[in-house]
Design a protein around this ligand. Structure first.
Ligand code: CTP
Ligand code: MG
Length: 229
């Protein structure tokens, strides 16, 4: 039986917050944001180990006690210049544990509201899949293309468009090779697509948001609060 591992890229700076502290450490429901992200993965019984990929310059990680996340967590300070670089370095760090056929779930540190139900839905939907896939949401809003003056230049058709989230789940060997060959991608599915394969879209919902702007932090707090009521 293939095992399931998780890689969490967490070496970004969160530039849209303008804070000295990277966004993954900002306080959220009484803990650093990334605590919630890692807790969701560590508490999932199907996931065997979780590698969190930090920047080599990270000065924040060691200021917290992570012991309550348990023994699955592995900390590596090998983040790269891009998200894809951080993921590729994390995959290399996992090489001693992972076999080519094992599943790897790559999940952004900046998505703290992942529910166990969505994690289970992803693993269940892909258990027998030859390629793997990702959580995603069909685009619900009408899409406008802007001109240079921030006026509407066109309305774009949204048929068949989905917003990609994480986790993205692929076989270790295939993903390692795809990311090495296509380092410029913005997500793992992009590398798998470039390798000629078609990742499966597993329907999620907007509660699995990526904290990008300051207002997202407030939304994330409300979602986490709702989940624990
Ligand atoms: N990430 C990473 N290594 C990088 C850049 C990003 O590990 N060189 C991680 C981030 O920490 C985050 C995830 O990839 O958990 C998704 O990236 P994003 O939301 O874009 O985070 P940032 O790059 O930190 O933020 P921004 O782009 O808004 O500055
Ligand atoms: Mg970024």
């Amino acid at each position: 039986m293939p095992r399931h591992y998780a890689i969490v890229p967490a070496a970004g700076s969160g530039s849209r917050f303008g804070a000295e502290m990277p966004k993954q450490y900002l306080p959220l429901a009484g803990k650093p944001l990334i605590y919630h992200t890692l807790a969701a993965l560590c508490r999932c019984s199907r996931i065997d180990r979780v590698w969190v990929v930090l920047s080599p310059d990270d000065v924040w990680w060691r200021t917290y006690d992570w012991a309550c996340l348990g023994p699955k967590l592995e900390t590596v300070f090998c983040g790269g210049a891009t998200r894809a670089g951080s993921v590729a370095n994390g995959l290399l760090a996992a090489q001693t544990a992972a076999a080519d056929e094992d599943w790897v779930l790559v999940h952004d540190a900046a998505r703290p509201c992942l529910s166990q139900a969505m994690l289970d839905a992803l693993c269940d939907a892909l258990a027998d899949d030859p390629v793997g896939g990702l959580l995603a949401v069909p685009v619900a809003d009408t899409l406008k293309r802007a001109d240079a003056g921030q006026r509407v230049a066109a309305t774009e058709p949204r048929d068949g468009l989905w917003q990609a989230q994480t986790p993205q789940m692929f076989r270790y060997g295939v993903l390692l090779k795809a990311l090495a060959s296509h380092p410029g991608v913005t997500d793992e599915a992009g590398a798998i697509e470039a390798a000629g394969l078609k990742p499966k879209l597993v329907r999620a919902d907007a509660s699995n948001l990526k904290v990008t702007y300051p207002a997202d932090l407030h939304l994330a707090a409300l979602i986490l609060q709702g989940a624990h009521e």
